[in-house]
Design a protein around this ligand. Structure first.
Ligand code: F3S
Length: 66
């Protein structure tokens, strides 16, 4: 499973790194530091990834099986 944060869609709500600090962090301006990238979700962190997807008001986070 992979997770992607759309750099254009992220406006810095900051919920992702609050609900899923194992996967996301804040940059100096409060945006998701992982925005603009796609990476593998480590085994056992799928639930946390789903929480982050559900938490973002902008729908900036998405998951895929590829
Ligand atoms: Fe950005 Fe959404 Fe997180 S707007 S900071 S990806 S909650």
């Amino acid at each position: 499973m992979k997770i992607t944060v759309d750099a254009e869609a992220c406006t810095g709500h900051g919920r992702c790194y609050v609900v899923s600090p194992d996967l996301f962090s804040s940059d100096d301006e409060g945006f998701c530091a992982e925005r603009g990238g796609t990476r593998d979700v480590p085994s056992g962190h799928e639930g946390s990834a789903q929480l982050a997807v559900d938490s973002c008001p902008e729908g900036a986070i998405s998951m895929s099986d590829r």
